[in-house]
Write a protein that binds this ligand. Structure first.
Ligand code: ADP
Ligand code: GN1
Ligand code: MG
Length: 371
């Protein structure tokens, strides 16, 4: 992908879609690490109409067409479920806007891939948990997202990023980055590298159980960070789960773990003062309770027992992904300052260490809530 698309490239993309009104402004929007997201405001006979335009990151998502088939399939399926329970399908899930020639994405002459969603009005998303109630809601929403997709035809889903949460493969990629060390950065981060290497045995705990058939493969979101959920500005309730690019078969523990990694951390993902980073046990408990309710009895006893492991492994995996990206020159995650990925890796490892220190308490919380 080229760095920032030229304004005429963006205009060209906008012109390809069926929108209501005349586009008046286009501005970068949100804090995602992967796609380029813009808020497009149109004037529709005096009324403002807002849209989300995204340039998909096709160096990460190698097959944008397959990805959009997943997103279109999952969103229309969810819309149907929402209609059945008399909800609002225009607000409780995304919908894909078609191009003028009826496709759900547009490829321009520079091989950029673009898509449009209606902007869901009167919503906000959280970068940090502000109160426990929000986090409980979020947990319930992610749990019920998974439950709603339980009978989705999983065989029709394309694997948009192969081995996305296969931690042993992530570990191999990390080892390769350390070995090759193309920027000569490894010596300056030995402590972090050693922290990661010392935990190799953990990397295959979940995948081993999956391979042995002891953990069920489900349709999961796989990127359940806090800012991938929109809250309703009026009711303050979790409204809509977004960022559906990685909806694929996966483990429930991935969705649980990634949300704990982002929401139950006492500090931000890129906090440089590591004394601010730790696991908030009370938020861990809140999220666990909400997730169990959202999953409505669908988790197996082994899945429940392994919830702390899901939290630790997703945090660890994200840490080795950030550190590997730092070592190879920041080619995957968007960075906004020098060493950003290193800062991010450090918070993840600090959080892993804190989870290890609080392991028994985490296990006890899960036991208590599942009795
Ligand atoms: P990325 O994959 O880069 O994380 P996202 O799809 O998560 O991209 O979008 C980035 C941000 O844009 C979200 O965190 C959210 O703030 C905002 N956003 C995305 N889609 C919508 C939408 N349909 N309505 C309102 N806000 C949205
Ligand atoms: C990315 O797209 P975004 O910002 O919601 C990444 C996740 C990481 C996360 C770390 C497709 O999520 O896997 O956990 O950054 N998404 C992809 O913040 O790689
Ligand atoms: Mg996102």
């Amino acid at each position: 992908m080229t760095k920032t698309p030229a304004p005429e490239t963006i205009d060209n993309a906008i012109a390809a879609f069926r929108l209501a009104g005349i586009p008046r402004s286009v501005n970068p929007h949100g804090n995602g690490h992967i796609n380029d997201t813009y808020l497009v405001i149109c004037d529709d006979a005096g009324n403002e109409k807002k849209y989300i335009l995204q340039r998909m990151n096709h160096s990460i998502f190698r097959n944008p067409q397959a990805l959009m088939e997943n997103v279109a399939g999952v969103t229309s399926y969810l819309q149907e479920k929402i209609r059945e329970r008399n909800g609002d399908p225009d607000r409780e899930t995304l919908s894909v806007i078609k191009t003028k020639d009826g496709k759900n994405y547009f490829e321009d002459s520079l091989h950029n891939f673009w898509r449009f969603f209606p902007f869901i009005e009167d919503t906000y998303c959280l970068e940090k948990v502000e109160n426990a109630g929000d986090f409980y809601d979020c947990a319930q929403a992610f749990g019920s997202f998974q439950r709603q997709l339980a009978d989705y035809p999983a065989e029709t889903l394309h694997e948009t990023i192969p081995l996305f949460h296969h931690t042993p493969s992530r570990f191999q990629t990390f080892q390769k980055a350390v070995r090759e060390d193309p920027l000569g950065r490894a010596d300056s981060v030995r402590e972090e590298i050693n922290f990661a290497l010392a935990r190799e045995a953990d990397t295959h705990v979940l995948t081993d159980l999956l391979e042995k058939g002891e953990l069920p493969l489900r349709v999961t979101h796989n990127d359940t960070k806090l800012n991938n959920i929109l809250f309703d500005a009026v009711t303050k309730k979790a409204l809509c789960i977004i960022d559906l690019d990685t909806v694929m078969p996966g483990l429930s523990l991935y969705d649980f773990g990634d949300a704990i990694r982002t929401g139950a951390n006492t500090g931000a993902e890129d906090e440089t003062d590591l004394s601010k980073i730790g696991l908030d046990l009370s938020l861990f408990e809140t999220f666990t309770a909400g997730f169990l309710t959202g999953c409505a009895g669908s988790l197996t006893p082994l899945e429940i027992e392994l919830l702390p492991m899901g939290a630790k492994l997703m945090t660890y995996e994200c840490g080795i992904r950030f550190l590997a990206d730092y070592l190879v020159g920041d080619v995957y995650f968007k960075i906004h300052k020098e060493h950003h990925n290193l800062d991010r890796a450090r918070t993840q490892f600090k959080l892993v260490a804190d989870m290890e220190a609080k392991w028994e308490e985490m296990a006890e919380i899960v036991r208590r809530l599942s009795r």
